[in-house]
Design a protein around this ligand. Sequence first.
Ligand code: DON
Length: 305
Amino acid sequence: MKNYKKIIEDIYNDVKQVDDIGKVANYIPELANVNENNFGVHITTINGEEFSIGDADKKFSIQSVSKILTLTLAYKLIGEKIWNRVDVEPSGNPFNSLLQLEADLGKPRNPFINAGAIVVCDVLISELKNPKEDFLSFCRNITNNQSLNYSDKVAQSEKNTGFRNIALCNFIKSFGNIKNDVNRVLDFYFYTCSLEMSCKELSEIFLYLADDNYKNDKEETILSTSEAKRINAIMLTCGFYDESGEFAFRVGLPGKSGVGGGIIAIHPDEFCITVWSPKLNPKGNSYKGMLFLEKFTSNTENSIF
Ligand code: DON
């Protein structure tokens, strides 16, 4: 795999020494129960080459990284109609903001802020017989990874403290853009965020966004080339909330973060790379994760630009 191995090792050792000015998320109390020194990286290329370093095999709470998976399934199920419910513009606002919804009449700016992902969950509830089970089996079947699961503890912890999400869901419902019962929608949303995966599992599951010819072991395509292009485009412009411009500027790859400290980034036609380090910068993105990826695309001189 080119010279990625040596470059990743060097950057990993370098970033490991850096003083981490981030803070572990604790607004979902269960997320604070993590060893903040965890630091893992995994890369998977479209040719199936893989390389891991550090805590790349430990499962963690993927949180908002799951928003790519819920969007993928909703897009598969209802096609372009999804964009009538959620827009594709960067919000330039924090992930849990209520600010723009009033002026935008309940249509979230994009599917990667909480408001947008909640609407996507509402679409899935309307489309799926058993939303939690069906979504989980969709995720498991992408890479035939039957070990994927939700964390009841994390989901319940967020349910008890997710006041902003509860407000968002009710507010959107008041505009008619939530069709199902708000408690059902929120319960499903909290469960999707509680999915647990390792860096290795994340790099493997998102290969369908890097590889135009990706098929699972049942020879099924996950998305068409044009659908994958669109999801990558939204990741580039909206994957890091009010830090999306900064991520594109510093890293130059489509990506998505979660408050568990995971970041996935895609190089179309080349690879998916995942970094996990739980301490977050003030915008809710992994401090060392961003630093690692910035050094990675700078040293390899390999971004999409
Ligand atoms: O809804 C929330 O606040 C969390 N379940 C997910 C937020 C998140 O991961 C934002 N990402 N950086």
